[in-house]
Design a protein around this ligand. Structure first.
Ligand SMILES: NC(=O)C1=CN([C@@H]2O[C@H](COP(=O)(O)OP(=O)(O)OC[C@H]3O[C@@H](n4cnc5c(N)ncnc54)[C@H](O)[C@@H]3O)[C@@H](O)[C@H]2O)C=CC1
Ligand SMILES: O=C(O)[C@@H]1CCC=N1
Length: 265
């Protein structure tokens, strides 16, 4: 079985591992510096764990899952020996990663946390010199936890970070806002949570199954002069759509800024 090493055993590593272990295609070892997390990874997912990365072989795969700011240190004495490197770190481009790892065989991935429940979406980018067989391995790993989108140019990594990489946080923000509003209308915490979740789930499933444009679906709820019309008018007055647009733009700008800083470090 092909060996797959995760460097960093935190949230995103665990989300991917939980999907991967359902199809025993890889022999997984997680390298994690915290002893309590190593114990948890072993108990919860049944994977092998280690404190430091062994010397790798060309047929191995190394998935980098430490924070971008910790990457240089984490790779400082890694011996990847031509192994395929997959990085999920935000704001670290393939050229910088290749220099840090001393290995040009690098593919970038921008996943998201719904991978934990098999409903992730990941953007992938590989430079032109990467073999199709290496791209297939990256596809296979990410398809085990959700949908996969290959990007044509590396700069699109910033955009996909702004939309789907960080996107679940925006959805949780909106869920929290709806639940808070429900409480203000007199519902208890538990009922507010249930109503908010069921509304999001139902609306997303309806949008998916109907295939209709989102604007059309919104209009279908909105009777002229009715209750939804009043709500949407208030949302527009508060410029909620513009706020979301600005949030995505700020995320993209931060990704670009991180790339600038980390490539010079
Ligand atoms: N959390 C998210 O929603 C997403 C995260 N990412 C990227 O995934 C990467 C990991 O993020 P999270 O899992 O959220 O972070 P995390 O902080 O939960 O996990 C990082 C883990 O790496 C370990 N670590 C640090 N240095 C190490 C070393 N030298 N050797 C071994 N282990 C070491 C830490 O102890 C920690 O458990 C980041 O680069 C982030 O940009 C990408 C997309 C989404
Ligand atoms: O907030 C972050 O930097 C990471 C990257 C995308 C989602 N979380």
């Amino acid at each position: 079985m092909q060996k797959l090493y995760f460097l960093g055993g935190g949230n995103m590593c665990q989300a991917i591992v939980s999907g991967l272990i359902k199809t025993p295609r890889f022999d997984i070892t997680v390298i994690e510096s915290h002893a309590d997390k190593r114990q948890y990874l072993q108990d919860a997912y049944g994977v092998a764990v280690a404190e430091s990365l062994p010397s790798l072989h060309a047929e191995d795969v190394l998935l980098l899952a430490v924070k971008p700011q910790d990457m240089a240190q984490a790779l400082s004495d890694a011996r990847s020996n031509g192994a395929l490197i997959l990085s999920i770190a935000a704001g670290l481009d393939t050229q910088t990663l290749a220099a840090m790892a001393g290995n040009e065989r690098v593919i970038r991935i921008m996943p998201n946390t719904p991978a934990q429940v098999g409903l992730g979406v990941a953007g992938l980018y590989a430079p032109a010199h990467i073999a199709q067989s290496d791209k297939d391995i990256a596809t296979q790993i990410m398809q085990s936890v959700g949908a996969v989108h290959w990007l044509d140019v590396e700069t699109q990594m910033h955009a996909i970070t702004g939309v789907s990489g960080s996107g679940p946080a925006y959805v949780f923000y909106l869920l929290e806002a709806l639940a808070q509003a429900a409480q203000q209308q007199g519902f208890d915490v538990e009922t507010a949570r249930e109503l908010s979740l069921a509304t999001f789930k139902g609306a997303v499933t309806l949008a998916e199954q109907s295939g209709l444009p989102f604007a059309q679906l919104q209009q279908n709820v909105t009777s002229k002069g009715g209750t939804t019309f009043a709500a949407i008018s208030a949302l527009e007055a508060a410029q909620v759509a513009q706020g979301i647009e600005q949030g995505v733009a700020a995320c993209v700008a931060r990704s670009e800024e991180m790339q600038q800083q980390l490539s010079q470090a």
